[in-house]
Design a protein around this ligand. Sequence first.
Ligand code: SF4
Length: 156
Amino acid sequence: MAKVLVSSCLLGCKVRYDGNNLEVNTSEFDEFIESNDIISFCPEVAGGLPIPRIPAEICGGTGNDVLDGSAKILGKDGSDVTKAFLNGAELTLKMCLDNDVEYAVLTESSPSCGSSSIYNGKFEGVKVSGKGVTCTLLENHGIKVTSQHQLARLKI
Ligand code: SF4
């Protein structure tokens, strides 16, 4: 059994910004969860953000730009939540390193968890190519990340 860190909101935990979880509803996902050693984790809650919380987007770049300090993560109300997101990303990495986790399945399009797409930073509901800050940090440390939509990419 491979150890896999999975976004808590995909596992029925009501930790999203709106106080809900995110249903996956595919037999492929259910089988994946049953056949691996799953560690549930939510970077944003770990980073100190409340449930519910103001929706946030990466403004002016991608997760990589947030990590190097050239972009911020802002709430829809203009609040700067970059520090909490970075804190959550660091704690997610620590969880992986402490538990020898080599794989992660993270929720697509989240400013933390997105692995192929994120929102464009204008709160228009428009997605663009890019990765979230937690996904980027994990990948920078050799952890293989995919989303709930592309489980086969992990090649476990
Ligand atoms: S930070 Fe990740 S795990 Fe937490 S609610 Fe957002 S998408 Fe889900």
